[in-house]
Design a protein around this ligand. Structure first.
Ligand SMILES: [Zn+2]
Length: 321
């Protein structure tokens, strides 16, 4: 085996190589600020004001990043998350600005209500047999309105992240009904109830006032249920699937990649912050660790990787001789 690992032979035989086209940069747009605000739990990441977002995205485009995923933080919140589908909502404004400045940038929008509801859950809350919880079918209508509104603002891909039953089929019908048949759906098809989302809650101001999300996200120990979720979204008309988080779930990613649709993997805030924190202390080498983590996510089957390291990685890819 060592003949094949001679330094000049190795690159010829490498099976998995990261490319800028694999990367999606998540961005937080905050309607309540007028200057970029650092996210303490995610060193190097910021919330951006609406006025800055087109410039930030144009900068990513120059580095070779071709896709962004937009999250919004609204001025006001209410029980129904109405700012999420307002035509002048924060994401809608951001998408229009990005598409005006950099029309070829692929704009993906997070479709959910948890940043917009005062209780912090992903849709409409009501009484169930087991106490107050997220109601499935009443929340679907909210997701349809958000998706249509993002699409009308210019989003290329809408990405429902709520894990409601039937959300992909419901959004597909809503988009088609509005003449938005060209807009793709990236389903957060297999999303685990993970502790790794902790830093994101600060980033997107989406902590919840009671309970948790374990009644709509998959338990980390459940493999069959996780795969079934992606099957269902494929059958409802998703254009691409997703596994989230990425690094702890490579076995699931490999299986979802065999379902026949393109697959995105979301390297989430906790994965980012772990590497940032350890490398900040000098305990890990940041560049090597990031490139290894993303290469392994791609090796497991990801066609796209959503990562907060996207801009850094683009720079590192350019450095290569
Ligand atoms: Zn949500």
């Amino acid at each position: 085996m060592r003949r094949s690992r001679a330094r000049h032979i190795q690159p010829l035989l490498r099976e998995t190589t990261l490319s800028k086209d694999d990367l999606v940069a998540p961005l937080f747009v905050d309607e309540t600020i007028s200057a970029p605000r650092p996210i303490d739990a995610m060193p190097g990441q910021f919330r951006y004001p609406v006025n800055d977002i087109a410039g930030v995205t144009a900068g990513l485009w120059k580095k070779g990043i071709r896709a962004v995923l937009i999250f919004g933080i609204p001025k006001t919140k209410d029980p129904g998350g109405s700012q999420a589908y307002h035509p002048e909502g924060v994401v809608q404004q951001a998408v229009r600005r990005i598409k005006t400045e950099t029309p070829a940038m692929v704009v993906i929008t997070d479709v959910c209500a948890c940043e917009y509801t005062d209780h912090g859950h992903c849709g409409i809350i009501g009484e169930t047999r087991n106490g107050p919880d997220l109601l499935n079918d009443p929340s679907l209508e909210v997701m349809d309105r958000i998706a249509v509104s993002h699409a009308k603002s210019g989003a290329d891909i809408v990405a429902p992240s709520c894990m409601l039953d039937g959300v992909v089929g419901s959004i597909r019908a809503a988009l088609d009904g509005e003449g938005l048949g060209e807009v793709l759906i990236m389903a957060y098809s297999t999303k685990f109830a993970s502790a790794l989302y902790g830093p994101f809650r600060e980033a997107a101001d989406s902590g919840f006032s009671f309970g948790d999300r374990s009644t709509y996200q998959v338990h980390p120990g459940n493999s069959r249920e996780a795969i079934l979720e992606s099957h269902l979204d494929r059958d409802e008309g998703a254009d691409m699937l997703m596994v989230k988080p990425a690094g702890f779930y490579l076995d699931i990613l490999a299986e979802v990649a065999s379902l026949g649709l393109p697959v995105a993997a979301y390297q989430v805030s906790g994965e980012y912050s772990m590497i940032k924190c350890a490398s900040g202390h000098g305990w890990l080498k940041e560049k090597e660790t990031v490139l290894e983590s993303l290469t392994c996510i791609k090796r497991a089957g990801a066609d796209l990787i959503i990562t907060y390291f996207a801009a850094d990685v683009a720079g590192w890819i350019d450095e290569k001789p």
